[in-house]
Design a protein around this ligand. Sequence first.
Ligand SMILES: [Zn+2]
Length: 235
Amino acid sequence: MSVTSTDPLLPWQGESWRQLQQLRERLPHALLFYGAAGTGKTRFVEAFAKSLLCESPTPEAHACGVCPSCNWFSQSNHPDYRRVRPEVLEDEPGEDDSGEEKKTAKASKAPSKDIKIDQIRALADFMNVSTHRSGLRVVMLYPAEALNTAAANALLKTLEEPPPGTMFLLLSNRLDRLLPTILSRCRKFALNAPGHDEALAWLKQQGVKDADAWLAEQGGAPLAALEAAQGEGRE
Ligand SMILES: [Zn+2]
């Protein structure tokens, strides 16, 4: 197993990863990662969630990728992990999605762009059962600005009385759209966007033609640019 196989980060995320590890000694119960859309925050936070649940992390605190916990995580069925996101994102493959069991909630109406209160309530059951492995539960929720008012208030109650052994990882593209009460309950963690040259180099590495143009069109956000370029290619 090579070193690169356990480092799932994007080239511009190494320093943030090291900063994050300094929090591990005394992890807050809720972390709010924020930064520009399309710059790889989801990938970063999923890697962190996976590493928190991993049974034998590497010296750099990355998930090992081979323990039972990592295997469950990769198959999107870790019993101590929940991902909360709007319906509209359910078709979007995450870093570790296998691509299977994706067609669960296909309704004929347009998928919701909100995170709804039912999704927050469903977490209560998850948090009430004992954990299966390490004693830690992880909830990843994104984007936090998609929480509608009722859902945000329900989440706030949970954040005010955090269940033991549960770690909330929230992501936001727009901190200014979050309730101040939610903000005040989370430890904020900035995830910086890459510089132009770094973003461009990465895009070219992914085989994107006209990388410069795609990057400019997406305001310098490389993952957004990659998605746009690939979308174009399919048509
Ligand atoms: Zn592992």
